[in-house]
Design a protein around this ligand. Structure first.
Ligand SMILES: Nc1ncnc2c1ncn2[C@@H]1O[C@H](COP(=O)(O)OP(=O)(O)OP(=O)(O)O)[C@@H](O)[C@H]1O
Length: 310
């Protein structure tokens, strides 16, 4: 990196406070609902299904849109009243990251550096540094239109880092990437949480498992859970079972319980049943995975609480 600290961090601990935040769109859709969370340096994985409200929250944090009520404080300053300090400190990679296909990666970054007000000389050095960081130095002269999705996302992260942000927001960055590109992208992000706040929004559980220090699970606009990976796993302790049933018994099992997955075996179908209570005699408790914990948190409560005799 550039050797200087991230922009916007002052001597105290960098902090972003989200206080009772609500975003209601015209027509009454409440995308963010009374969301409260304090973020400090590290990678926060924001997990939620499509429509959970992640992008709406990210857009508010990036000051692209305003909340309906509630407040966001950056270093104690309300970002709606005084967006300047946060805007100088934020790097944002939106979900629909548009590029100019005719520009090369280097030209594109130079264009955005100018738009962000970076001085030409320091911008030039910064761009070369970032191209190296995202492993694109050799492809910097390539047109964006000719790049793979993974390469374009790396250009996206480079543009978000131009101002050496103290707050880095990346919205669903791995959509459309192949597994190798996802891994590379994850390790790039996890290296950035040491001195800055990184918010990584995704609906892909393994992405946060590999990258995040802490996980926030969002559903219906609300914060359903916040904690370390271990704490999320603990929330599902004692609620994951394995049960083998004949294939024709799978549909009724599925209608009664939330299933975390099924595997065909010579003895029948082995189902991973997510239930706070033993689903049937013969069900064996197994250690939870992160996906199980996420599903249990986000699933319709009534579906998980059914304990009808099987
Ligand atoms: N500009 C808008 N006007 C009206 N409703 C909107 C608008 N933007 C989002 N919504 C609605 O708000 C809810 C939350 O959307 P949002 O995009 O924030 O969720 P998300 O978790 O990021 O999902 P996705 O990954 O699919 O974008 C959805 O029901 C969506 O249809």
């Amino acid at each position: 990196m550039c050797g200087c600290g991230p922009a916007g961090s002052i001597s105290g601990v960098t902090e972003l406070q989200i206080l009772d935040l609500t975003k209601e769109y015209r027509g009454g859709k409440r995308a963010v609902d009374s969301f409260t969370l304090t973020l400090r340096p590290g990678v926060l994985g924001l997990l939620g299904a499509n429509g959970a409200g992640k992008s709406s929250l990210m857009r508010i944090l990036a000051t692209v849109t305003r909340p309906t009520s509630g407040r966001v404080l950056w270093e104690g300053v309300d970002i709606t009243r005084r967006p300047g300090p946060l805007r100088r400190a934020v790097g944002y990679l939106p979900q629909d990251f548009g590029v100019y296909p005719q520009l090369t990666a280097r030209e594109f970054l130079a264009y955005l550096a100018a738009a962000k007000g970076l001085r030409r000389r320091s911008a030039r050095a910064r761009i070369e540094e970032l191209l190296e960081l995202v492993n694109l130095s050799d492809a910097a002269g390539q047109r964006l239109g000719a790049m793979s999705g993974g390469m374009r996302q790396r250009v996206g992260i480079a543009q978000a880092l131009l101002n050496d942000p103290a707050l880095l927001i990346v919205d669903e960055p791995t959509v459309g990437l192949d597994p190798e590109e996802r891994l590379r992208f994850g390790s790039l992000l996890s290296g950035m949480g040491a001195e800055r706040i990184v918010v990584l929004s995704t609906h892909i559980v393994p992405d946060v498992a590999a990258t995040a220090d802490r996980i926030a699970v969002m559903g219906g606009g609300r914060l359903l859970h916040h904690g370390s990976t271990e704490e999320l796993l603990l929330s599902a302790e004692g609620s994951v079972w394995e049960l083998t049933v004949p294939a024709d018994q799978l549909p009724p099992l599925r209608s009664r319980f939330l299933l975390g997955g099924t595997t065909r075996t010579p003895q029948g179908v082995r189902a991973r049943v997510l239930s706070r209570h033993a689903p049937a005699a013969g069900a064996r408790p197994v250690p939870p995975r992160l996906e199980d914990a996420y599903l249990l948190l986000t699933a319709d409560r009534s579906a998980t609480e059914q304990v009808a005799a099987w």
